[in-house]
Ligand binder design. Structure first.
Ligand code: HEC
Ligand code: HEC
Length: 218
């Protein structure tokens, strides 16, 4: 009789303890299947984004497979905010941002097609920090200038960019230097005036340090 009651109590405790475990099991099972479904969806979307973006084979010849440039003067496009890419593509197509290498590349593309290109490159993983050796002194000077002039207010403190503001982290160093000189010395009609003003008065050596810092940013 006593044994029977003890067994009953044990069974009761067993169920009490297994319920939270079952609960946890189903919780993780659910999360796992959600994650798997998300992953499959991402893969499928990546495929269709690539299929629907026009003239991709041209872009990747210069901007690198998967939008990660292997060439110092060609910018990486991977992981740039969609709106930034869209804006630049319109400016380039209209000739307001003059890029001789891209002459004709976007001719005849509709806004919706530019958006497809922007969506595709925005969906790709951003470039890793530059592979070359880091000049620690230059990196530190660049960091100090960037913090002193508050580039991070718009480009975000990790320089990943957002909306119409580009990512700078991991970008090609030489391209960054060239484009900053362009902003400082000849800001074109389509370019952001506050951005140009942020670089006003900075010396070439400081722009060089900034480019080194952003390219290697960790
Ligand atoms: C022959 C080489 C070449 C081809 C082809 C090319 N680009 Fe470019 N692109 C460049 C260069 C060089 C720049 C940077 C110019 C500068 O500002 O100095 C650039 C800049 C850009 C920018 C601005 C990026 C930034 O960070 O400022 C975007 C966006 C872009 N290209 C998209 C594209 C797309 C999309 C295609 C394909 C439809 C394409 N490009 C084809 C060479 C090329
Ligand atoms: C008020 C917001 C703002 C501030 C502050 C700012 N930027 Fe920008 N920056 C922008 C925007 C917006 C663009 C996109 C350019 C355009 O559309 O004309 C840009 C573009 C750039 C580019 C070109 C990148 C590319 O891929 O084309 C570089 C490099 C850059 N900024 C560096 C800096 C540095 C360095 C500082 C600090 C000294 C800085 N920015 C401060 C808003 C800002």
């Amino acid at each position: 009789m006593m044994a029977g009651r003890r067994n009953g109590a044990l069974l009761f405790h067993f169920f009490l303890s297994i319920f939270p475990m079952l609960h946890l099991f189903f919780f993780f099972y659910n999360r796992l299947s959600q994650m798997l479904a998300g992953l499959l969806l991402m893969l499928a979307c990546g495929q269709t984004l690539a299929q629907s973006a026009p003239r991709l084979e041209l872009c990747v010849a210069c901007h690198g497979a998967k939008g990660v440039s292997q060439s110092p003067t060609f910018p990486s496009l991977a992981g740039q905010p969609k709106i930034f890419l869209e804006n630049q593509l319109v400016l380039i197509r209209e000739g307001l941002r003059d890029i001789p290498q891209m002459k004709g590349t976007l001719d005849g593309l509709k806004d919706a097609e530019l958006t497809k290109l922007a969506l595709y490159f925005a969906s790709l993983p951003p470039p890793p920090p530059a592979a070359g050796p880091v000049d620690a002194a230059s990196y530190q000077r660049g960091k100090a200038v960037a913090e002193g002039t508050r580039c991070g207010i718009c480009h975000l403190p990790n320089y990943s960019g957002r909306e119409q503001v580009p990512r700078l982290a991991g970008q090609q160093e030489r391209f960054l230097l060239d484009v900053m000189k362009e902003f400082r010395d000849h800001p074109g009609p389509g370019r952001d005036t506050i951005m140009a003003a942020s670089l006003y008065g900075l010396k070439d050596a400081q722009l060089k340090d900034l480019a080194h810092f952003f390219a290697h940013f960790k």
